[in-house]
Design a protein around this ligand. Structure first.
Ligand SMILES: NC(=O)c1ccc[n+]([C@@H]2O[C@H](COP(=O)([O-])OP(=O)(O)OC[C@H]3O[C@@H](n4cnc5c(N)ncnc54)[C@H](OP(=O)(O)O)[C@@H]3O)[C@@H](O)[C@H]2O)c1
Length: 422
């Protein structure tokens, strides 16, 4: 069994590339069905920081190539961009290490952020429903989630952790200064919208307006903030009076374009407008940046603030890495047992077949024995076989470094073939 990973993330690729390969949650099922044409088993993890495809296949398939071809064919990324921005990890342990670090929030823009743990679990659940998960992939993801939880419980990595939403508010404060007289518009009432709303409310922003595709969702979020909902189709009217706009909708198209913002700015040319677009793909047409008195930021612009967060958490990263190493060892032992299980059980079955056949032959040549005598012979022969196999099986199960070679040698020595697990 081989597990590989192909991905693009915030460290390897800018938003302009990440947004092309981002898979929205509503599209995940569709993309998993496309992945099925390339691999029997796979999981897609697509968040604002990354799009990654984990693939499990038999040893004779090149899973790295499979992942690359999936990216190229279905995510419309040219091969030159793929070479430049994508990472391919084909060593199973390195794949696990990457996923464990990701689940722990060490690979996030905001170190220790919580959201990624739910996103890893969600990626597993959706792939399970699509029938794309086999035992090794499931165990890999479940181990990553357990590691992510342990790191958050046993270190201070997430204590007072920043989140994208709190960094958004920090950025707005840097640009505008005091937020207490600001009118803030949030576009998107999903999880990100909720987190941003909470962060701005906690900082005392008095006037919060929410727009979302589904009016009821906008109303529900606005109600929790003492704010008001607005119609997504009437954004220009709202832009005229706003100081800050945060966009976080999972829309495939621009929600705010140059036309909208220009129309609004004509009514308020002197008043600056800060637009922070944290959606991936972006919700705001990049040319909006050219409009006078408009200050447009995207999720990559949060990097500077998040770097300070990384420095503060250096010590916790060391503690988290120790937990990750221990969990990786446990996973390696599990993989080893899984890989050797067919060889071990076939060898034991073969030995048992020989033992019972030989015992039958012998019993036929002897005088009729009592049941007690037959039981003694049965127990003795079983114990001889178990003792002979004990050391080789122990060696096979515990020598993980050269497991493939050992497995092959045993099969050659004892002359049998095994079906490897899917
Ligand atoms: N969650 C985070 O921590 C986080 C952090 C940083 C960035 N982001 C980015 O923020 C965006 C939203 O993420 P989320 O976690 O909030 O997702 P979510 O909980 O699934 O919510 C999706 C949001 O997108 C809106 N939406 C979906 N399809 C739309 C369409 N075709 N047109 C207009 N609006 C549409 C939904 O509106 P209705 O519900 O009103 O229909 C909802 O507000 C994503 O681009 C994500 O990458 C998320």
């Amino acid at each position: 069994m081989q597990i590989s990973l192909v991905g693009v993330n915030h460290r390897t690729a800018p938003i302009t590339v990440r947004e092309k390969v981002a898979i929205r949650s509503v599209e995940l099922h569709h993309y998993l069905s496309l992945l099925r044409d390339h691999a029997t088993h796979g999981i897609i993890l697509s968040t604002c920081n990354r799009t990654e495809v984990y693939i499990a296949n038999r040893d004779d398939h090149d899973t790295g190539e499979t992942g690359l071809s999936f990216f190229q064919t279905h995510l419309n990324i040219p091969s030159t961009d793929l070479t430049r921005y994508a990472y391919v990890i084909t060593k199973q342990k390195a794949v696990a290490e990457h996923l464990f670090r990701t689940a722990c929030g060490l690979d996030s823009l905001i170190i220790g952020e919580y959201e990624i743990l739910g996103q890893v679990g969600n990626a597993l659940d959706i792939a399970e429903k699509a029938g794309m998960v086999n035992l090794p992939l499931r165990h890999l993801f479940q181990s990553a989630i357990r590691t992510g939880r342990r790191v958050r419980e046993e270190t201070n990595i997430s204590k007072n952790a920043l989140s994208v939403s709190s960094v958004v508010v920090d950025l707005a404060t840097r640009v505008i200064g005091d937020l207490s007289n600001c009118r803030l518009l949030i576009i998107g009432a999903g999880e990100a919208g909720r987190l941003v709303a909470k962060a701005v409310r906690d900082r005392g922003t008095p006037q919060i307006i929410v727009a979302s595709r589904t009016p009821d969702r906008a109303s529900a979020l606005a109600a929790t903030l003492g704010g008001s909902p607005v119609d997504l189709k009437k954004l220009v009217r709202e832009l005229i009076t706003c100081n800050i706009v945060v966009t976080c909708a999972e829309s495939p198209d621009w929600i705010l374009d140059v036309h909208h913002v220009t129309s609004a700015m004509r009514q308020r040319p002197e008043l600056p407008l800060v637009v922070i677009d944290i959606a991936v793909p972006r919700n705001v047409e990049p040319a909006v940046e050219q409009i006078n008195n408009v200050f447009l930021y995207n999720i990559d612009d949060l990097t500077e603030i998040s770097e300070a967060n990384r420095k503060q958490r250096e010590e916790e990263i060391t503690g988290a890495t120790e937990i990750i190493c221990g969990e990786l060892d446990k996973l390696a032992a599990w993989w080893q047992a899984l890989e050797t299980r067919p060889t071990v059980s076939t060898l034991m079955e073969k030995a048992e077949a020989i033992r019972s056949a030989q015992l039958d032959k012998t019993l036929k040549k002897l005088r009729p024995l009592s049941q007690e005598e037959r039981d003694y012979l049965e127990a003795m022969t079983k114990s001889i076989v178990a003792k002979i196999l004990e050391d080789p099986l122990h060696y096979l199960k515990n020598n993980t470094d050269s497991s493939d070679d050992n497995d092959k040698l045993i099969r050659q020595l004892f002359q049998f073939k095994v079906e490897k697990p899917e």
